[in-house]
Ligand binder design. Sequence first.
Ligand SMILES: *Cc1c(COP(=O)(O)O)cnc(C)c1O
Length: 396
Amino acid sequence: MTAKPSSLMQTYARSDLAFERGEGAYLFTGDGRRFLDFASGIAVTALGHSHPHLVKALTDQAQKLWHTSNLYQVPGQVKLADRLTAATFADQVFFANSGVEAIECGLKLIRKYQDDFGDPKRYRVIGFEGAFHGRTLSTLAAAGNEKYLKGYAPVVDGFDHCAFNNLNEVRAKVGPETAAILIEPVQGEGGMRAADVEFLQGLRKVCDEFGLLLMFDEVQSGVGRTGKFLAHEWAGVTPDIAAIAKGIGGGFPLGACLATNKVAAAYGPGAHGTTFGGNPLAMAVGNAVLDVILDGNLLEHVNKVSAHLDGRIDDLLGRFPKAFESKRGKGLMRGIKCTAGIVNTDLVESLRGVGLLTVGAGDNTIRLLPPLIVTHAEIDSAIDMLAAVAAQAKAA
Ligand SMILES: *Cc1c(COP(=O)(O)O)cnc(C)c1O
């Protein structure tokens, strides 16, 4: 009488919820229950669900052409790369399918750049405690999180780690083999911690002083999530390389590695590649996302609703000090750290019970990642549900 084992690999601790459709900031189950989506598929559905402009871009492209490979010209890639470079520090773009591939492209570029134009002895990358860069062997090594590395020895060589926001430690760690520094301007999985502006500026100085490259992982923080197109713009610091993904595809798998001409010059034909990356479907959607975020002035809206969310979270912290300890993050990439007696994942579950979707993060934090098109009224509704759950929450 034992149940048939699932044919899915059991890599996820999934909730029982299954959704049938989505509209704007809401998801609906097959039996008609409605949920306010402040998870956005982990910061992916930047324009909410079923955005008419994205649906049209994808379905129009689907009638014409899906895939040709990078053996040929893909006009949508040139268009999207031109727009991304116009909007950022970067001069050149490589398209991938996911966050981790965008990071891997940058990590390889670091080694290739130092080998070709820098100092071939330099291959090591400094990462930070609390970081998350994806789940391949190299990106697990880059983040150095013991929990995710356990069981996957040997760890890929070439990564050192420092405490987040500690410039002295970074200076002490730089050696003759150090090639680059890799950091999320706002840590996501690690607890929604924003890097200090002075820290990011200090990292740029260290890189310039020692001939290192500065790479930002903006897979979660990029594409308008914090109110700037890329989060590092708040610090007025430019990197040499940055990875974006999540929001740029609005729900279609798409990642991109951005770099300056100086660094990207190390990548010639054959140096790196992908079969699916930058295919016409992904490019149609990526360009449509930028139509709304850049051409449609969505960042102005993000900054307005972020200020509202910020104020409402402050209220919440004041009202429920027994449940909530502090707020974290930036813009619409917000964390609320729970008090020691409360388990964040229990609260995430209770919130689902009252109709609000959120995500847990490290350091006992709840992540609020509403779509960038979220309204004041939707934020108020989410705050009401957070308050209802906080009022019931019992410290263990
Ligand atoms: C999600 C994430 C990644 C990995 O992206 P995948 O698409 O899951 O491979 C890397 N870095 C950061 C900061 C992320 O949030």
